[in-house]
Design a protein around this ligand. Structure first.
Ligand code: FES
Length: 115
């Protein structure tokens, strides 16, 4: 059976807007890497240890995604304190955002620098 496809909108550091398709269960980070979206480095490959997959979730979507400070595990919240571009209230690590029906059409903005 084919996996369900979701739409993900990225605003690259240059301001370029890109809409790509991603599979349900894939992360916003891995979808960006697979589709050639610019600006997400993801040095650790999604193991939540590098913070170079930092994104700003569009405020319209943050309630569905959830805020880093509300997560049960503090690791992401702590990593976001060390990002190169300043953390904002909707900052998340894109390797930790998994696509599902509720996130079809999500928009994230990629910071100017990751490392
Ligand atoms: S890819 Fe390294 S923390 Fe997300």
């Amino acid at each position: 059976m084919e996996k369900e496809l979701m739409h993900v909108n990225y605003i690259e550091p240059s301001g370029q807007f890109k809409t790509v398709e991603g599979e349900a269960g894939a992360s916003v980070m891995s979808t960006a890497k697979k589709r050639g979206v610019v600006g997400i480095e993801a040095e650790c490959g999604g193991f939540m240890s590098c913070a170079t997959c930092h994104v700003y979730v569009d405020p319209e979507w943050i309630d569905r995604v959830g805020r880093a400070e509300d997560l049960v595990d503090d690791t992401e919240d702590e990593l976001l304190e060390g990002t190169v571009c300043p953390r904002e209230s909707t900052s998340r690590l894109s390797c930790q955002i998994k696509l599902d029906d509720a996130l079809d059409g999500i928009t994230v903005r990629i910071p100017a620098e990751q490392s």
